[in-house]
Design a protein around this ligand. Structure first.
Ligand code: OSB
Ligand code: MG
Length: 373
């Protein structure tokens, strides 16, 4: 690889087409950072889908911009790494800040793929030509939510996930089940909203035959997830708890989950995501690719990674039009009538960033260079 001459952070405010509500809050606009790594007139693009508030994770766009500017970019400029796969080792002295690390690493992978003229999916080791698309539906009034359930099922989406929280679980799941074919993959995501003492209530969700229940308990609570798993027929999938390969190994060994949601941004970038994928594949644990309301840039990286063979369940990768119009890429992500998304054959992530959308949505631009340049 070539080290970039410059790194530019584009902080964007992307209005959502519809408000998105989870157990931890409602958002109408996604704040994100596009990371542009420049080398010899070429640009590689990555994304830090951190959002404005430290609710899903401890990071925000502000902490990520700070960590990239003051720690990660200087470490990169001072390094002689030969591949973006060395980023986790290079950034290892910075504890946490997974999304900041992932944003920079994804930009370097895209730059490297464009420089070599190959799709970034090939560098990640993707073997699929298509991935199966699923959708995550936020908390909304029942009528509107059920219209969405019917709409996304009719559009071919392969799996529907409902956001749940105490007081909003059995009713929407029962209503959704009524509207879907009996074997349609339905899941629920609590975003850590329940307590270990809710186990008998959560057992009531077994009757909906969910493909899995995502992150019912606290993000640092593996032992209680393991105890809950013993009581439920529904498999538990962990999201927030799995921030490193070590935690993935520990969670699986403790039987805290039977399914893993891999979000490349949550685990520190593609290299770490692939390490978790490889471990889970050997351990017989199915994985799927989660999302964080990414713009087209992060979405295309996720699609490329979801092309690896262990991603055997439909993920939270929907079309660009689920959240954004226009998206920031020139060829938005589209879901076919059969609910799949094709991996791209063009170099890099397979799309270019639209200068007009970038300018319209950008609230800040931060240019980083090697010192002395
Ligand atoms: O828990 O998976 C989650 C969005 C923001 C924060 C957390 C989550 C989500 C989603 C949406 O479920 C995933 C997506 O469509 O990008
Ligand atoms: Mg989740």
């Amino acid at each position: 690889m070539k080290l970039p001459d410059r790194i530019i952070l584009h902080v964007l405010h992307m209005p959502l087409r519809f408000p998105f509500e989870t157990s931890f809050g409602r958002v109408t606009q996604q704040e994100t950072i596009l990371v542009e790594a420049e080398w010899d007139g070429l640009s590689g693009w990555g994304e830090v889908p951190a959002s404005a508030q430290p609710h899903y994770s401890s990071e925000t766009v502000v902490t990520a911009a700070y960590v990239i500017r003051d720690f990660l970019a200087p470490a990169l400029f001072a390094s002689q790494i030969k591949t973006p796969a060395s980023c986790p080792a290079l950034f290892g002295r910075v504890r946490g800040h997974a999304m900041a690390k992932a944003g920079l690493e994804t930009a370097l992978w895209d730059l490297e793929a464009r420089r070599r003229g190959v799709p970034v999916a090939r560098l990640y080791g993707a073997t699929r030509k298509f991935i199966e698309s699923g959708v995550s539906l936020g908390i909304d009034p029942m009528g509107l939510l059920m219209k969405r359930v019917e709409d996304f099922a009719a559009r071919g989406y392969r799996r529907i996930k409902l956001k749940i929280k105490p007081g909003w679980d059995e009713r929407p799941l029962a209503e959704a089940r009524k509207r879907l074919p009996a074997d349609f993959p339905l899941t629920a995501d609590a975003n850590a909203a329940y307590a270990p003492s809710d186990s008998s209530h959560l057992k009531r969700l077994d009757r909906f035959h969910l493909d899995y229940l995502e992150q019912p308990l606290g993000h640092e609570d593996l032992a209680d997830h393991a105890a809950l798993a013993k009581q439920l027929r529904t498999p538990i999938c962990l999201d927030e708890s799995i921030t490193t390969p070590d935690l993935a190994r520990n969670a699986v060994r403790m039987k805290a989950c039977r399914v893993v949601n891999i979000k490349p941004s949550r685990v520190g970038g593609p290299t770490m995501a692939i390490e978790i994928h490889d471990f889970c594949r050997k351990a017989g644990i199915p994985v799927w690719c989660g999302g964080l309301l990414e713009s087209g840039v992060g979405r295309l990286h996720n699609i490329a990674i979801a092309g690896l063979p262990g991603f055997t369940k439909p993920g939270d990768i929907s079309g660009s039009d689920r959240y954004y119009s226009p998206d920031v890429i020139d060829e938005p992500v589209a879901v076919s009538a059969d609910g799949t998304i094709a991996l791209r054959n063009r170099p890099g992530i397979g799309a270019d960033v639209r200068a007009d959308v970038l300018r319209r949505r950008r609230v800040e631009r931060i240019v980083l260079k090697k010192r002395g340049r």
